[in-house]
Ligand binder design. Structure first.
Ligand SMILES: [Zn+2]
Ligand SMILES: [Zn+2]
Length: 118
């Protein structure tokens, strides 16, 4: 009888250890999935890959400038209106080590001054 009791307690201990172990595995999975988020929003010009720590390179292909309207000159001139323009582009980010990467739509604006004083 004593022998049986000992065996049961060992069995219970093994069960407890097993459940503790599986709980740890679940925690590790959650942490890992947090790290697989896209890095584009966090660091637009990131130099280090969050997956492997490798160097990241990025390049942007721009479209042509498009006029979007005019505004009264804001550069201190007495007369004239400035031309507002924008252009869109596609920025490609890629890890040099593991090739992980993605693309993002980007936009840039500029104002061309047409103000004058006389
Ligand atoms: Zn990488
Ligand atoms: Zn101006």
């Amino acid at each position: 009888m004593k022998e049986v009791k000992k065996k049961i307690s060992i069995f219970l201990m093994t069960l407890m250890l097993a459940s503790t172990f599986s709980a740890n595995v679940t925690k590790a999975d959650v942490i890992e999935s947090k790290n697989t988020f896209a890095y584009e929003e966090i660091m637009p010009y990131a130099a280090v890959c969050p997956r492997c720590g490798g160097r990241i390179t990025s390049s942007t292909v721009w479209g042509s400038w498009i006029s979007s309207g005019t505004v009264t000159c804001t550069h201190g001139h007495a007369w004239g209106t400035d031309l507002k323009q924008y252009r869109t582009g596609i920025k490609t980010t890629k890890c040099l080590n593991c090739n992980a990467g993605n693309t993002a739509n980007v936009k840039e604006t500029r104002t061309i001054c047409h103000g004058y004083d006389n």
